[in-house]
Design a protein around this ligand. Structure first.
Ligand SMILES: *[C@@H]1O[C@H](CO)[C@@H](O)[C@H](O)[C@H]1NC(C)=O
Ligand SMILES: *[C@@H]1O[C@H](CO)[C@@H](O)[C@H](O)[C@H]1NC(C)=O
Length: 382
């Protein structure tokens, strides 16, 4: 007599309506919740603006629960109830980084860059999936944690613009790492063994020292940025022959010599900056053989002798040439000022004769004759 249909419809309706929130919610791994709680607790509350990501972290709901309407609206991403991404907005969050991040064992990306975190970087012991670690532009200090060299999946490591100090451990176990940026810290000691598949190495503005001997086998290295350190010794031909190298910046170090051989046929070197070192000897003419080399900066060294005519030879790819602040003598090759070999840059502050004053290259005047005579043992070559 009674039609069962409406009843069951109502039952189903209630069943689905009531179960909807719980079917969409989830229960985040307790270890992850504890780590997120500790993470937020280590940030100074006064540095958490009301409109920021971290302000929405309210543990009265489950962090991985969706939809996120009021709580945990940003900053984390979950997969199968595990936190896989912790990427904070740049809000000036100030605090320390809790060692409990090591409990986020499914983490793939950790990015808390451009904030005001300080203290030591904790040891990351068990983050086997971590691909991206970005702590750039904070105030972390203390040593570079040796535990980082055990992060087997790491691809990008950016700790630039902090205050890390002390030597670097060997990093050749990081076989997946393609981008390493530790620029603008206070690191000391020699260059360690490097990750074998690196594309980009940036260690600008530290206090690293010793000679550059560790580049053999780095066949994918495209960018080397080691300016503003205390490296010394001789730059060997092998450095310029790295098969993928495009940009080499070694300015503002203490290099004493450079030896450049002829390039390999497929060399990709586009820009070399060796300015502000203490390199002696003649200018390396072989640079003109590098078919892609458009920018060459050798300013402020102790180079002597004439500018090689090859620098302006027919077909030379050089377009920017910075040679100012050396002891170069003779007449600069006429081709530098007109025609196919014409370049921009600077030749001033040398001992050159007949640098055409109407050329931008010669805007800056040459050294006083007395200094040049002294540099050439009182017998200036002409
Ligand atoms: C978390 O959210 C609940 C409910 O929305 C609220 O009552 C509580 O004050 C919040 N806690 C914090 C620390 O914001
Ligand atoms: C230029 O390269 C050749 C061949 O690689 C080498 O024999 C020669 O010594 C180099 N020239 C200089 C001045 O280093």
């Amino acid at each position: 007599m009674t039609n069962p249909k409406p009843t069951s419809f109502i039952i189903y309706f209630f069943y689905f309506t009531l179960s909807l929130p719980s079917s969409l919610s989830s229960s985040t791994s307790p270890a992850d919740i504890a780590a997120l709680r500790a993470f937020k607790a280590a940030v100074k509350p006064s540095s958490i603006p009301p409109t920021s990501c971290l302000a929405t972290w309210n543990f009265s709901t489950d962090p991985c629960a969706v939809p996120r309407i009021t709580h945990f609206t940003c900053g984390i991403t979950c997969s199968n109830n595990r936190v896989v991404q912790l990427t904070l907005d740049s809000q000036g969050y100030s605090g320390t980084l809790t060692p409990l991040v090591s409990q986020l064992t499914h983490l793939i990306n950790l990015d808390i860059g451009d904030n005001a975190f300080h203290g030591p970087i904790p040891s990351f012991t068990s983050l086997p999936n971590l691909k991206t670690l970005i702590l750039r532009v904070n105030s972390f200090y203390g040593p570079f944690p040796a535990s980082i060299s055990a992060l087997a999946s790491l691809q990008t490591l950016d700790l630039s613009r902090n205050a890390l100090s002390g030597p670097l451990p060997n990093l050749n176990s990081l076989t997946g790492l393609t981008r390493l940026d530790l620029s603008y810290n206070k690191l000391t000691g020699p260059l360690p063994k490097l990750p074998p598949n690196l594309n980009e190495l940036a260690l600008k503005s530290n206090s690293l020292s010793g000679s550059l001997t560790t580049f053999t086998g780095l066949t994918r290295l495209m960018v080397i940025e080691l300016s503003e350190n205390s490296f010394t010794g001789t730059l060997q031909p092998s450095l310029f022959l790295l098969p993928s190298l495009q940009q080499l910046d070694l300015a503002k170090n203490n290099f004493r010599n450079v030896v450049v051989s002829n390039p390999n046929p497929n060399t990709e070197l586009v820009a070399v900056d060796l300015s502000y070192n203490a390199i002696e000897g003649p200018l390396p003419a072989n640079f003109s053989e590098y078919p892609m080399l458009r920018s060459l900066a050798l300013s402020h060294n102790r180079f002597r002798g004439p500018i090689p005519w090859q620098y302006s030879k027919k077909g030379s790819p050089l377009r920017r040439l910075y040679l100012d602040g050396n002891y170069l003598n003779g007449s600069p090759p006429a081709g530098l000022f007109s025609g196919e070999g014409a370049v921009s840059g600077s030749l001033g502050d040398n001992c050159l004769q007949r640098c055409p004053v109407n050329s931008g290259l010669c805007l800056k005047s040459q050294k006083p004759a007395s200094i040049c005579q002294q540099a050439y043992g009182g017998k200036p070559k002409s």
